[in-house]
Design a protein around this ligand. Structure first.
Ligand code: ADP
Length: 198
């Protein structure tokens, strides 16, 4: 069974960019947030549970997620948000376990923005945090998503401070632009291969 390496970092830190580099080294990546969104429209069981909890307006007629409606419901009602998480999280875990079981590489990456917040990092063999200074993250996300500084800040403020993620990590990737990412990724890849072959 492939070892599991978690990769986290705040919004705009460069997680996805770093994961793409690991993919070029042949390391499969499980993008938990992306898979969660996909399961929320593709899994019949999940769709039914979400409709029962949030209402049929949680989906548009074409079956896609009505995110603004869901957000408006859970924003007002913390217990609905907890219940939604209690439905979605186990489904993603199961999907992740099945995906992991099918991998044949020495290790895989599991990318999730809230891996430390959710406690999911405890299931990983190793943890990597991607770090970039807050000004850089805001600038990059504004550019990437066309969002405003206030919108990015609101999302940053919902996440744990970076230092708490770094303290739990085995590796930190510095993405402030001063060290090439490729070199850092390759160095960590070599180290992981050595560690996991012991
Ligand atoms: P995350 O997945 O952590 O939210 P991304 O990997 O999507 O972050 O990076 C945020 C944005 O910043 C993307 O548009 C990405 O292309 C850009 N970016 C990431 N790293 C760098 C870098 N070192 N230099 C310039 N732009 C970067």
């Amino acid at each position: 069974m492939a070892k599991q390496v978690g990769i986290t970092g705040g919004i705009g830190s460069g997680k996805t960019t770093v994961c793409k580099l690991f993919e070029t080294l042949g390391i499969p990546v499980y993008y938990a947030d992306y898979r969660a969104k996909k399961l929320m429209t593709d899994s019949e069981e999940l769709v039914q549970q979400i409709k029962d909890l949030i209402g049929t307006d949680a989906y548009f007629d074409d079956g896609s997620l009505n995110r603004p409606f869901i957000a408006s419901v859970v924003f007002k009602d913390q217990s609905k948000l907890n219940q939604l998480n209690a439905i979605v999280h186990p489904a993603v875990h199961e999907d992740g376990r099945n995906w992991q079981a099918a991998q044949t590489s020495v290790y895989t990456l599991n990318e999730a923005a809230l891996m430390v917040e959710s406690g999911g990092y405890k299931r990983m063999d190793k943890l990597i945090t991607v770090f970039a200074p807050q000004e850089k993250r805001i600038e990059r996300v504004m550019q990437r998503d066309g969002s405003t500084e206030a919108e990015v800040l609101a999302r940053i403020n919902k996440q744990l401070p970076e230092i708490e993620k770094i303290n739990k990590s085995d590796f930190v990737i510095n993405n402030d632009g001063s060290y090439p990412l490729i070199k850092q990724v390759y160095g960590i890849h070599q180290q992981l291969l050595r560690e996991f072959s012991k």
